[in-house]
Design a protein around this ligand. Sequence first.
Ligand SMILES: [Zn+2]
Ligand SMILES: [Zn+2]
Length: 159
Amino acid sequence: MKAVVKYGKGKGMIEMREVPEPKPKDDEVLIEVKAVSICGSDIHIYHDAHPYWPPVVLGHEFSGIIVDVGKNVKEWKVGDRVVTETRTGSCGACFICQSGFPQVCENKRAYGIGVNGAYAKYVAGPASLLHKLPDNVSFEAGAVMEPLAICFTSIIREM
Ligand SMILES: [Zn+2]
Ligand SMILES: [Zn+2]
């Protein structure tokens, strides 16, 4: 499949590449990407001014449809419309995670930053991070749930 890859450290170093389609692990799902947004962080990654672990497929704000599930995944099925939290790699065990802030765990390797993201046809990732996208919410709106969640956490929850 075609994917937008940040292939090395430094300014620029982004190109469209042919990459293998991801296969979901036992606790993961495979998502067909239906909408993905370009974040300010993507621009910072372009300018080498944000953490990232190349080579990596960019794109962390996305929505889509499940097209395959790993053998341990019981709560999701093919055809489900979903969005996902982007905090892949959060350990769940460190002080920060245990304090209720896994989104800022030092072990986090988010989609499109530390693990392959959604500037591609498919992305695979943990079922535990998924949220159902209701039928009356568009894929485009679903793609900006992640920045909306940041706003909610930063402004509403902290008030
Ligand atoms: Zn973002
Ligand atoms: Zn942690």
